[in-house]
Design a protein around this ligand. Structure first.
Ligand SMILES: [Zn+2]
Length: 212
C-alpha cells in the first residue's frame, strides 16, 4: 500500500508525486517539474523522505526538466519509458519549442528503461508500468492496486494534447481505450489538475465518449 503526496510545482504547475510504501517507508518521486521547486519542497519535508527512485511518466520539459537538479540531491535509480528516449533527448531544446529558451534543460541520467508490463518494486509495493503513447511517443503510467499515475494521458474531464512534436492522436485513442480496461476504482493522479477515478472519467469525460 502506498501513501500519495501531490506536489504541484514550477511555472507549468505540474503535479509531481511523492509516494511512500507504507510498510517500509521507501519513497519514489514521480516526475520532476522543470525548476528547483520540487527539490526545495522535498528538502523542506520533515522527516526527510527516503527517496529510493525517480519515475518519469514522460519526457516533456514540465515533467522531466528538473531531473538533473533532483539527481544532485537524490542520487537514485531513474526510470524512463523506453519509447520516450527520442523525446527525452530533446530536453535541451524543448524550452525553445515553447518560446522559452531559458527553460532548455540538460537530460540527466537514466538508469532503467521500462516497457509495457514491467514491474518495479518499491519496498513491499509492486508498481506496474503500462505504456500509453499518444501525448508523447512513450508516455506511460505507473500503478498499484489502488492508484495510477498517468502523466498527461488523461485529466479530470480532459485528455492530453497530441499536437506537440511526436504526439499521435490515433495512438492516444488506443491508449485511452487500453487504460479504461484497468480497474475503474483506480484513483487517477494526473500531471495537471485534480484527482479522479478511471470509472468517473469513463462515465463523464467528454473525450472518452467514443468508449461509451
Ligand atoms: Zn506532457
Amino acid at each position: 500500500m502506498i501513501e500519495v503526496k501531490c506536489l504541484t510545482v514550477g511555472a507549468f504547475q505540474v503535479n509531481t508525486y511523492l509516494i511512500k510504501d507504507a510498510a517500509t517507508g521507501a519513497c519514489a518521486v514521480i516526475d520532476t517539474g522543470e525548476s528547483d521547486d520540487l527539490v526545495e519542497r522535498l528538502q523542506a519535508l520533515q522527516p526527510s523522505p527516503d527517496v529510493q527512485m525517480i519515475l518519469l511518466t514522460h519526457a516533456h520539459l514540465d515533467h522531466a526538466g528538473a531531473l538533473v537538479a533532483l539527481q544532485k540531491v537524490f542520487d537514485v535509480p531513474t526510470y524512463l519509458p523506453r519509447l520516450e528516449i527520442p523525446l527525452f533527448e530533446t530536453l535541451p531544446e524543448q524550452g525553445t519549442w515553447f518560446g522559452a529558451p531559458h527553460m532548455n534543460r540538460p537530460c540527466g541520467r537514466i538508469d532503467h528503461l521500462v516497457d509495457d508490463g514491467d514491474v518495479i518494486q518499491l519496498g513491499e509495493t509492486t508498481l506496474q508500468f503500462i505504456s500509453a503513447p499518444g501525448h508523447t511517443p512513450g508516455q506511460g503510467c505507473y500503478y498499484d492496486e489502488s492508484n495510477i499515475f498517468v502523466g498527461d494521458t488523461i485529466f479530470a474531464g480532459s485528455v492530453g494534447r497530441t499536437d506537440l512534436p511526436m504526439g499521435d492522436p490515433i495512438l492516444a485513442q488506443k491508449s485511452l481505450a487500453k487504460l479504461m480496461k484497468l480497474s475503474g476504482k483506480l484513483q487517477v493522479h494526473s500531471g495537471h489538475g485534480a484527482v479522479t477515478t478511471l470509472a468517473q472519467e469513463l462515465t463523464s469525460n467528454p473525450f472518452l465518449q467514443f468508449l461509451r
